[in-house]
Design a binder for this molecule. Structure first.
Ligand code: ADP
Ligand code: MG
Length: 437
């Protein structure tokens, strides 16, 4: 394994890395850093928790000059992820004199304007609020040299694509751009040709979405029995737990039940005020809360190393989401567990996801001797249409991405309207409806 010094990273950054206990570069870092330092575009795919943040953050910091305006930009799909990335960036930048501004919806403009006024060389942002700043002139992208789309497959998905196009149009052509995600479907690779120039692709485990280090299991039960099973499982856990629910409503309900049972749980979902969202995340990150109940707003990118168990209280509506959710555990080469609760009406959805899981998958019904009694009418309904659209088993089924076959350069009015829905709070889901986050 390679040391960061051998990758050519500056001493000021190495000093911070040493303090953080980063001794050797992880594979995705070893692969991407030299290429990014040579200013070639990069597509970086590696499994969840494998250190993609440092891969782009260190490369960016290395090439940025303090006090010369905004030179680096990272765009992420959710506010919490933007904050997390900015937090990492600041830690790595400790001895460089480089400042990072975080720009996301739900927070007062004033705080962000002050941070920008103090001078920042890097902006980490969610698209909606970034566009607000661009329109009012508080952020200028004409000197930007390094652009990163984290969770790139989501950023180029139809909920965000127009915003991303709008933002990229304001950056210089001579920029170095990189895309990172644990999931990099072929559609996205194709679409990326529109944005990247001759990118070097690192697809470290693209064909193996196994969920490395994660002990995966599922349990088919009646929906009304889920809560009691949830209690059984979380009572046995020492570390932290994330419980993913399919809707904001379910998230609130499950959190409420857990409070009634005296568990130290916090919730996060898109209808909560930003203040409460941040409070929940802060409590969970610091270990003051043991359980985070969440919608998919927390399924991508969130890194809380003590998470030992992920429970899918509801089956995710898409197989990629499954891998991102369970990837909240087993971070940085660690181990963890994931249990998916499958209600009778979700068996069809689950079977589609199950096909994609290449790792061993424990059948808890067999192990625990729990009988499945699916009523006949439900069996005929499979796959279910709970989400108002057909369940998709993979990215390759039909035109999901806005990049092809759709017109670009739409009128600014329309873009403006879209944008209101495009911040993580109300972004369109893959079926064009309002997000359940
Ligand atoms: P990804 O974006 O690939 O899901 P992250 O960038 O969030 O993963 O990193 C996962 C965890 O690994 C973080 O807690 C991070 O601090 C840690 N980490 C990253 N690189 C290293 C390294 N080289 N040495 C030790 N820990 C690392
Ligand atoms: Mg990440």
């Amino acid at each position: 394994m390679t040391k960061f010094k051998e990758l050519g990273i500056k001493d000021e950054i190495l000093k911070a890395l040493e303090e953080l206990g980063f001794e050797e570069a992880f594979p995705i870092q070893e692969a991407c850093i030299p290429v990014l330092l040579s200013n070639r575009d990069v597509i970086g795919q590696a499994h969840t928790g494998s250190g993609k943040t440092a891969a782009f953050a260190l490369s960016m910091l290395h090439q940025i000059t303090p006090k010369k305006g905004i030179q680096g930009m990272v765009i992420a799909p959710t506010r919490e992820l933007a904050m997390q990335i900015a937090g990492e960036m600041k830690k790595f930048a400790k001895y460089t004199g480089i400042k990072t501004a975080t720009v996301y919806g739900g927070q007062g403009m004033g705080i962000q304007l002050e941070a920008l006024d103090r001078g920042a060389e890097i902006v980490v942002a969610t698209p909606g609020r970034l566009i607000d700043h661009l329109k009012r002139g508080s952020i200028e992208l004409s000197d930007v040299e390094h652009v990163v789309l984290d969770e790139a497959d989501t950023m180029l998905d139809m909920g965000f694509i127009d915003d991303i196009q709008f933002i990229l149009d304001l950056t210089p052509e001579e920029r170095t751009m990189s895309l990172f995600s644990a999931t990099m479907p072929t559609e996205i690779l194709r679409l990326s040709e529109e944005y990247l120039r001759n990118p070097k692709q690192f697809l470290l485990d693209a064909d193996d979405l196994s969920g490395e280090g994660i002990d995966q299991a599922f349990l088919v039960i009646k929906d009304k029995d889920k809560f009691n099973f949830l209690l059984d499982f979380i009572k046995k856990v020492k570390g932290q737990v994330i419980v993913f629910c399919s809707t904001k409503y379910r998230t609130r309900d499950v959190a409420k039940f857990l409070h009634q049972e005296k568990f130290n749980a916090v919730a996060i979902e898109g209808d909560m005020s930003q203040h409460r969202r941040e409070q929940s995340m802060a409590k969970f990150r610091s270990g003051k809360a043991d359980i985070l109940v969440a919608t998919d707003v927390a399924s991508r990118g969130i890194d809380v190393p003590r998470v030992e168990l992920v429970i899918n209280y509801d089956v995710p509506n898409q197989d990629m989401v499954y891998f991102h959710r369970i990837g909240r555990t087993a971070r940085a080469g660690g181990v963890g567990r994931a249990i998916t609760f499958v209600s009778y009406s979700s068996v069809g959805d689950w079977n589609l996801i199950k096909k994609q899981i290449k790792a061993d998958l424990k059948d808890l019904n067999k192990e625990m001797g729990i009988e499945i009694k699916i009523p006949d009418p439900l069996k005929r309904q499979i796959p279910s249409r709970r989400y108002g659209g057909q369940t998709r088993s993979s990215y390759s089924r039909g035109p999901r991405y806005g990049g092809y076959g759709r017109s670009r350069g739409r009128g600014s009015d329309e873009r403006g309207r879209d944008r209101k829905r495009n911040d993580d709070r109300g972004r369109k889901n893959q079926y064009g409806g309002r997000s359940r986050w």
